[in-house]
Design a protein around this ligand. Structure first.
Ligand SMILES: Nc1nc2c(ncn2[C@@H]2O[C@H](COP(=O)(O)OP(=O)(O)OP(=O)(O)O)[C@@H](O)[C@H]2O)c(=O)[nH]1
Ligand SMILES: [Mg+2]
Length: 218
């Protein structure tokens, strides 16, 4: 590829990220104005993002009005799962894109009546790489991995851990059948970002989910 072409691609990417950041800031201000708390959940395919939101909906859905945005390449399987808990959802299908961006969220904020909403959870497309470039304007970001992704998953994907506020290591109910040292995974996360609040959970048994919810609500 010629030098000229390469630099044009880099410029375009920078523009894309700058525009995304600008719109994310607008989303943040709007959410603040409406007094809506907001969290985006990022993580690998199948790490348990939807399962954790299901747990949260079950436990606090009666006390808080929740609104969930589910991002997936295709289908509305996740949104349907969450709606079973009486929570309003929007499923965004990104097609060829591997992450949600702040434009997707701005469209939801613009087109839906969120006046009664207390907390928005945004489940990003299952992917440990793409979402790191595209902030959405939420108050906090939660990165979710599970022990079945192998002991090195955190070290191999430092960016999302660097830019998240809370980290969840899920599926700890499988610790006796998976050869992984959970303490080492916690250490890996803390080394990348010492400010991270790290939780080890099981969305299946519910272990430590209430601790995670306390952290989210406080
Ligand atoms: N054993 C066990 N299974 C879990 C746990 N959490 C989720 N699962 C299972 O893992 C599979 C994937 O869970 P999901 O919640 O769909 O994962 P996800 O991160 O939302 O996946 P995508 O949206 O496809 O990226 C499902 O079969 C869940 O039942 C857990 O803590 N322990
Ligand atoms: Mg999901």
């Amino acid at each position: 590829m010629s030098e000229k072409k390469t630099s044009r691609i880099i410029e375009l990417n920078e523009d894309l990220i700058e525009n995304n950041d600008r719109l994310a800031e607008q989303n943040k201000q709007l959410l603040k104005k409406k007094k809506i708390r907001s969290f985006d959940l990022v993580g690998a395919i199948g790490a348990g993002k939807t399962a954790i939101i299901e747990n949260i909906a079950e436990r606090i859905g009666k006390d808080y009005k929740l609104f969930v945005i589910n991002g997936d390449v295709a289908t509305r399987i996740d949104a349907d799962r969450i709606e079973k808990f009486g929570v309003q959802t929007i499923q965004i299908n990104t097609g060829k894109e591997c992450a949600l961006n702040s434009y997707h969220i701005s469209q939801v904020l613009k087109n839906y009546d969120l006046n009664e909403v207390d907390i928005i959870f945004i489940e990003n497309v299952g992917n440990l790489i793409c979402p790191s470039d595209f902030i959405l304007g939420t108050e906090k970001r939660i990165v979710i991995v599970s022990i079945t992704e192998g002991p090195w998953v955190i070290r191999k994907h430092p960016m999302l851990f660097k830019y998240s506020d809370i980290a969840v290591i899920n599926k700890i109910d499988l610790k006796d059948v998976i050869d992984v040292n959970i303490e080492d995974m916690i250490k890996d996360a803390m080394e990348i970002n010492p400010k991270l609040k790290v939780f080890t959970t099981s969305a299946t048994t519910g272990e430590n989910i209430s601790k995670l919810i306390n952290c989210i609500l406080n």
